[in-house]
Design a protein around this ligand. Structure first.
Ligand code: 13P
Length: 230
């Protein structure tokens, strides 16, 4: 199976030219590379970044209703209509802004209805978080969801951040796997770079959710290349 490398640009870069240039450099650098790559820019850049044959476009969040009177929200259907394929939910940075696991669960269901692939971040309370997400998902849809083990302390912008060790990631994957069908993809997120990606793949990750390292085109391209097992 091809590795899946997802770039979470967070609230970067600050203008659309830089966003376009970064995406263009990544698409170019990944020509012929046998990895699936997803770029998740801020909403305002989504429409301008068209997917290519191995670089998909995703969003960093969306609402749980498809259309209506919800000021400031963006719906899964709108993203789908723009050419998005993936959407990230449950990120610890959103949880700090008030997103609850119940909200993440509703968003995951709405994304599936719009045929987007939900990329759901799971932190320290693996069983509790996963059970509340899975509660509302039809068994046939569970393997459509991509779960990411992303402990908050491993995110590069946290004070004293350090990546999880492959051993820690493996222990988390084991817990996650026990609640999921065998066909579900698991990713690791938290300070991943081109040098440590291999260890996570060897620990059982199908790929990674990448923050800071995804803003540097060359580093990100190298990371995607290094995720391919030879
Ligand atoms: P870093 O790769 O910068 O640690 O960010 C991880 C992250 O939050 C991805 O969602």
């Amino acid at each position: 199976m091809k590795p899946l490398i997802i770039a979470n640009w967070k609230m970067n870069p600050s203008n659309s030219k830089d966003a376009f240039d970064l995406a263009k450099a990544v698409v170019r650098g990944l020509e012929g590379v046998k990895a699936d790559v997803v770029l998740c820019p801020p909403f305002v850049y989504v429409a301008q970044l068209l997917p290519s044959s191995n670089v998909f476009i995703g969003a960093q969040d969306c609402f749980w209703v498809q259309e209506g009177a919800y000021t400031g929200e963006v719906s899964p259907q709108m993203l789908k209509n723009l050419g998005c394929s993936y959407v990230i939910f449950g990120h610890s940075e959103r949880k700090k802004l008030g997103e609850t696991t119940e909200m993440t669960a509703k968003k995951t269901q709405a994304a599936l209805l719009a045929s987007l692939v939900p990329v759901v971040c799971i932190g320290e309370h693996i069983e509790e978080e996963m059970k509340s997400i899975l509660k509302g998902i039809a068994p046939k849809d569970v393997s459509q969801i991509i779960f990411v083990y992303e402990p908050e302390w491993a995110i590069s912008t946290q004070p004293h951040a350090r990546p999880a060790t492959p051993k820690e990631a493996q222990a988390a994957f084991k817990k996650m796997c026990s609640l999921l069908p065998k066909t579900t993809s698991l990713l690791y997120g938290g300070s991943v770079n081109s040098k440590d990606i291999k260890g996570f793949i060897e620990a059982g990750a199908q790929g990674a959710l990448v923050g800071a390292a995804s803003l540097d085109a060359q580093e990100f391209i190298q990371l995607a290349k290094n995720s391919i097992s030879r």
